[in-house]
Design a protein around this ligand. Structure first.
Ligand SMILES: [Zn+2]
Length: 259
């Protein structure tokens, strides 16, 4: 037998796009989720959201991909996920099943592996949204909230491509909302979490009573949406017994539902 072309072992979980493929992928993403259109329609997001400039993938990407170990509940369910690279920006996902990575992400092995696991969870959430919604109710005690935020608060919101097709969520009648600290000079990384109170239409910076006892996290930045909380709990070492409990419960539920 002749020598077969070697197929990277990570295939067919991930499809790595070159620059042309990534440009096409970006157009498809926008047709499906209209994240860019939503940013353009919102003044602070229009200023803050960087232009995505697709690039070729780094030369060592297939080699690096071999170090991504995923459990079967996720590995076997996200096959065919596209990976596209862009010149600079924050890693994120788009619809349908596309992970966007900044070109230089492979330079640090540890952060590359962590980012890939985090983004793979967002892809799983996109594909199995209805199951995750159930899990958020049973494990996080969080419910979708389809009400309307006051215009003043809504006007400061930072849109997130990983949650753009999802509703906001409430916990004990409070809704976490990520806002720009300076909506007049917005920066993607200069944000803070505020808590909207459904009962009296007010908002403030304090987490609802019991939140920290329940979730144990002091990382307010991840509390904007259960999609981000889940990705964090599944990829970061627990910093408290409460965080360990909720992460263990979440992982056991996912293994059970997707085995
Ligand atoms: Zn995320």
């Amino acid at each position: 037998m002749g020598a077969a072309a070697s197929t990277p072992s990570i295939q067919p979980i991930f499809i790595i796009n070159d620059r042309n493929g990534s440009e096409q992928q970006l157009r498809l993403n926008e047709q499906l989720d209209q994240y860019n259109a939503a940013c353009i329609a919102s003044a602070p997001n229009r200023s803050a959201a960087p232009t995505v400039e697709p690039s070729d993938s780094p030369a060592d990407i297939y080699e690096k991909m071999k170090s991504i170990e995923l459990e079967p509940w996720i590995r076997d369910k996200i096959r065919g996920t596209n990976i596209s690279f862009f010149l600079d920006g924050l890693p994120h996902t788009r619809e349908y099943a596309t992970i966007w990575l900044p070109y230089h992400i492979c330079e640090n092995d540890r952060s590359f592996i962590k980012v890939m696991k985090h983004e793979a969870i967002h892809i799983h959430q996109r594909i199995y949204g209805s199951v995750w919604k159930e899990i958020y109710e049973t494990v996080f005690n969080m419910k979708p909230w389809n009400g309307k935020l006051p215009a003043e608060l809504d006007g400061k919101r930072r849109l997130n491509p990983d949650t753009i097709l999802w509703p906001l969520y409430s916990w004990n009648n409070r809704v976490p909302v990520m806002v720009y600290i300076r909506p007049d000079v917005p920066r993607l990384t200069e944000t803070r979490l505020v808590w909207y109170n459904i009962a009296d239409n007010s908002w403030n910076l304090a987490a609802p009573k019991g939140w920290t006892d329940f979730f144990g996290t002091d990382a307010a930045s991840i509390c904007e949406h259960p999609n981000e909380m889940a990705a964090y709990f599944l990829t970061e070492a627990p910093t408290s017994p409460a965080m360990k409990d909720i992460a263990d419960n979440l992982l056991a539920t996912l293994r059970f539902k997707f085995s």
